[in-house]
Ligand binder design. Structure first.
Ligand SMILES: [Zn+2]
Length: 395
């Protein structure tokens, strides 16, 4: 249960992780679980209590006599600010340390206004929402931001983002962190959606793929319960895998034959409007499908098959137990899932699909803000970070 990987064995951070399961534990239980001496345990608990990471509760089920004191993780010790910034719309939230949403807002904000204007809006929105929830700036433990483009996670800087003029290399964490006085973590939108969906809806899945089908196509990969970003943070960029049906189509990346060029919401909208059906973006495509437009229904089913074709290879390679489909186009529900399932189950190896679940996102358009909060919480509550926050000397 305990490991040396992060923080000291049974240090304050490791103790806090034991208490995060929501179950109140007494001193006796903690001594038994950790093997710590009572005096050392007392020192660790005092450190956690002084930072309000835990709170004492009275455990009534004592074996006769007076009730024993137990301790639980204090989810309200700090607040997290999280934002999912898309190409044209944004969702912003304030959560506690258990991802309970305390305040939430959605707004139409275009990312192509550039970093300073967009982040300035975000800063003002965060400050207003913090005030709404009655919290002070010193209660912010961290800020999580999702962006609609490639991000170098270690520095939080966007790298050649195709739809974000002015953002290339912009120091998002420094800009926002210096104004709000808290650490800032940044990642691309589909990675945080994968984190959110895994945490909230599929915590039991060890290996999960979250596919976002919206204006573009991408996926977030949970491998062994951790987000897999790859060497440069480019893992999961399936939108630019070459597919046979797109060989005469130029993609926005400049290549020919990309999956995104035939199966994304933008590609379907373009195809529909070329055929005289009014459609500008993914949302219009979903609206037409819901309204029973047969052309749109055929297109979305075919898009499901195209994405399924690429995923069938990925299933053979990666062997996930769950594929979650999110993004605007997933709102069309079974129409897109049907084509996807059809191809994956017929093309992937039986052993890989035996226990494979393919499902629509449960969190929907909230997956991003929940995931951005999870990214911050996992960082702040990592045993090593907690040890540093309480400055307990390691033994
Ligand atoms: Zn491409």
């Amino acid at each position: 249960m305990l490991s040396e990987a992060n923080g000291s064995i049974a240090g304050a951070g490791a103790l806090l992780n034991i208490l995060r399961d929501g179950q109140a534990r007494t001193r006796a239980e903690l001594v038994q679980l950790t093997g710590l001496a009572r005096s050392t345990l007392a020192q660790r608990l005092d450190a956690l209590l002084s930072q309000q990471w835990i709170i004492p509760t009275e455990e009534a089920i004592s074996s006769g006599g007076r009730p024993a004191i137990a301790f639980t993780f204090n989810r309200t010790a700090r607040v997290v600010l999280s934002a999912d910034l898309g190409a044209t719309h944004a969702r912003v939230a304030v959560t506690d340390l258990g991802t309970t949403v305390l305040a939430e807002r959605a707004a139409e904000v275009s990312i192509d206004r550039g970093p300073e204007e967009t982040l300035g809006w975000l800063q003002r929105t965060f400050e207003e929402m913090l005030a709404e929830t009655g919290h002070r700036p010193d209660e912010i433990c961290g800020i999580g931001v999702g962006l609609p483009g490639p991000v170098e996670h270690s520095t939080g800087r966007p790298v050649n983002p195709p739809i974000m003029p002015g953002w290339d290399g912009f120091p998002v964490p420094e800009w926002l962190g210096s104004r709000l006085g808290a650490p800032v973590l940044v990642d691309n939108d589909v990675n945080i959606m994968a984190l959110g969906e895994h945490w909230a809806a599929r915590p039991e899945a060890d290996h999960l793929i979250f596919v976002k089908i919206g204006t573009g196509i991408g996926c977030g990969i949970i491998s062994d319960r951790r987000l897999h970003r790859g060497a440069q943070g480019a893992a999961g960029d399936i939108g630019h895998i070459r597919v046979a049906s797109a060989l005469d189509t130029v993609c926005r990346c400049g290549n020919i034959g990309c999956l995104e060029a035939v199966a994304s919401g933008a590609a379907m909208a373009a195809r529909l409007s070329a055929d005289g059906v009014e459609a500008e973006d993914s949302r219009d495509v979903v609206r037409l499908v819901r309204g029973g437009n047969t052309h749109a229904v055929q297109l979305i089913r075919q898009a499901g098959r195209e994405v399924g074709d690429v995923l069938a290879s990925i299933v053979n390679f990666f062997n996930p137990s769950v594929i979650v489909v999110g993004g605007d186009i997933s709102e069309a529900g079974e129409q897109v899932l049907a084509g996807l399932r059809e191809v994956i189950y017929s093309r992937s190896l039986p052993l890989a699909t035996q226990h494979l679940t393919i499902t629509a996102s449960e969190l929907g358009d909230r997956a991003g803000v929940i995931g951005a909060a999870v990214m911050v919480i996992e960082h702040v509550l990592a045993p090593g970070s907690v040890d540093r926050s309480v400055s307990v000397p390691t033994v």
